[in-house]
Design a protein around this ligand. Structure first.
Ligand code: FMN
Length: 584
């Protein structure tokens, strides 16, 4: 470890040491990284990684409704740059020495501390400030680029949000998303400490809980992995990972869907040798499962998505990387390349695409993924707008939910069309956009993720896509949507050959190897698991990911033996019977 790293480590309160256990590797990473990478210097990486300071607004949060009866009209909300003349919060210029020393803002920010009262006045769509770790940032322009929507920022604008951001930040989010001009200044350090203390106390509790976890090899099922994860999750993390949309009927149904079916085993078959191998997204896979893209791994574990890349690479499992990952994609690619060289194999990585309103940004990300050699692109199509996860408690200091804005109480009704554009997800996405995506994909197979209807499967086939993933986004989007497994069964019933003409995958609520077999019986090529891998990495990092795969492997192999199967292509609808749907 470098001298600088040791010094920083020694100065940090004990509670940060767990977070900084990766300091050394982060520094080496930063040193290895090309000059264009997020951090220009290792000390910058140190400063940001070590202190855990972040401006990462939770992705996948809250829908956006920016029409305002206050001073902000729709155009301003759409384009927060279009603030009216004389808007509050015009910045004074002046020299500010930044305490972390890795940002040099000579022309911007102000002398002296900014009174909290003044920060509190900047809580509007066209004028939004937040405090992060004692620093005041103007996030007005960032509102429309935030993957989690503007609302979460707006409902916390004018406040100290350190506690909300710190546990989930990617190290270079500030540098990547905000310019020096957006740094406004600092608040009195004593005031900043309060939120830090709460954060520290939570981290200390988590660290102690982590030390008390049973050895990873004693975890026997994914339910036990979830139990272990819940012990070491902050309330915010649990809330983010576990909740679904509205009343969570779909979330609940995802799990219950498999309970409608029973196996019909065959006996007297030699099952001494089993082959659970298959092809997933065109690649050889040891098992018919993959890591479904899920955002914000850093919320659960300080190594974030690295745990998933490492676990997948070391077991040969296909990993779908989320567009809303907490770590920058190029870092995950670098880690993949490092592991490929170390293990002498090629890891199977896919990239999940969110089409943003800022199409240029989306295109750049797709190009980066394709040039980085991903094996598949997953175009998520069930997020025209983010589902409303009403039960999600993004607690701040006290028992506060993420609030609506005052605008949400504005009087008046709208008789015309609702044409709000959510700032991040592009609600205009449609089939006509596929040719451009295909052009960018340069032959990388594209899979539509978030499909429920047989008609959309047929359209995907007609548009020459490689396949579809039947999914309801883990019950986080439209509540009461049918489950992926139910959709699969119905599609199989309506057109048994369709799964032979286009690859069909399924996800949602899968927690047992036997359930994977039920899905393959109805034609699914593979099954995605979302939360189980988030829980696994939260509890045990990379080891948890590997253990989860091993558990699934043993359950799949055992179910195959007990069903009288030696290879996956032998399983079929004759091995499963399901109760009739009540609405049929
Ligand atoms: C916390 C969380 C974050 C997610 N983030 C994404 C995402 O960024 N992109 C995406 O396409 N799907 C995302 N998903 C959906 C998963 O890919 C997957 O469809 C779902 O989790 C499967 O259900 P399961 O969690 O019951 O296994 C997310 C799911 C969860 C629980």
């Amino acid at each position: 470890m470098s001298r600088l790293a040791s010094r920083l480590q020694a100065r940090l309160p004990a509670v940060f040491r767990y977070q900084t256990s990766q300091l050394h590797s982060s520094v080496s990473r930063a040193q290895r990284r090309p000059a264009h990478a997020g951090f220009r210097t290792a000390s910058a990486a140190l400063a940001a990684t070590g202190l855990g300071i972040s401006l990462y607004f939770l992705s996948e949060r809250g829908s956006v409704h920016l029409d305002s009866q206050r001073k902000v009209d729709e155009a301003q909300a759409e384009d927060p740059d279009a603030a009216p003349p004389g808007a509050k919060g015009s910045k004074e210029s002046g020299a500010v020495s930044n305490k972390r020393g890795h940002r040099k803002f000579e022309k911007h920010g102000r002398e002296g501390h900014i009174p909290m009262k003044e920060v509190g006045m900047h809580d509007l769509a066209h004028d939004a400030w937040v405090i992060i770790d004692g620093e005041v940032w103007d996030v007005t322009q960032f509102l429309k680029h935030h993957p989690g929507g503007a609302k979460i920022i707006l409902s916390n604008a004018g406040r100290d949000v350190t506690e909300l951001y710190k546990p989930i930040h990617p190290p270079n989010t500030l540098e990547n998303n905000l310019s020096p001009e957006q740094f406004v200044g600092t608040i009195d350090p004593e005031l900043a400490q309060e939120s830090n203390h709460r954060y520290e106390a939570d981290m200390k509790r988590i660290q102690e809980a982590r030390e008390g976890l049973p050895p990873v090899e004693t975890v026997l099922g994914l339910d036990e992995m979830q139990e272990a994860a819940e012990k070491v999750m902050s309330e915010k993390t649990r809330s983010y990972y576990n909740t679904g949309a509205l009343d969570e009927y779909t979330l609940d149904e995802n799990r219950k869907a498999f309970n409608k079916c029973r196996f019909v085993p065959r006996v007297m078959v030699d099952v001494s040798t089993i082959y659970p191998q298959t092809k997933i997204f065109g690649q050889d896979s040891p098992l018919p499962i993959y890591i479904s893209p899920a955002s914000n791994a850093l919320l659960g574990h300080p190594d974030g998505e690295f745990t998933l890349v490492r676990g997948a690479a070391k077991t040969g499992i296909f990993q779908g990387v989320s567009a809303a990952s907490s770590l920058p994609f190029h870092e995950l690619l670098e880690e993949k390349e490092r592991l490929d060289a170390e293990l002498g194999s090629k890891m199977n990585m896919g990239y999940q695409v969110y089409v943003q309103s800022d199409r240029e940004k989306s295109e750049a990300l797709v190009k980066e993924a394709v040039e980085g050699g991903v094996k598949a692109l997953f175009l998520t199509v069930d997020t025209a707008v983010l589902g409303h996860r009403q039960k999600s408690l993004f607690r701040l200091a006290k028992n506060e939910k993420v609030k609506g804005t005052k605008d949400d109480c504005a009087p008046g009704i709208r008789m015309g069309p609702h044409t709000d554009f959510p700032p991040y997800h592009d609600a205009r996405l449609n089939w006509d956009d596929l040719p451009r995506l295909k052009e960018l994909a340069q032959g990388t197979p594209i899979y539509l993720k978030g499909v429920a209807s047989i008609e959309d499967v047929r359209l995907a086939k007609k548009h020459g896509l490689a396949g579809v993933i039947l999914s309801n986004h883990g019950g986080r989007q439209l509540d009461h949507t049918r489950t992926g497994f139910d959709a699969l069964r119905q599609i199989h019933a309506d057109d048994p050959n369709l799964a032979k003409e286009i690859e069909i995958y399924v996800d949602g609520g899968v927690r047992r190897g036997s359930e994977v077999l039920m899905a393959t019986a109805f034609g699914a090529r593979g099954v995605g698991l979302g939360r189980p891998f988030l829980w696994a990495q939260t509890a045990y990092g990379e080891q948890g990911v590997i253990r989860t795969i091993r558990i699934m492997e043993s359950e799949i192999v055992m179910a195959m033996r007990l069903l009288g199967l030696t290879r996956l292509d032998q399983v079929g609808p004759q091995h499963v019977e399901c109760i009739q749907e009540m609405w049929k």
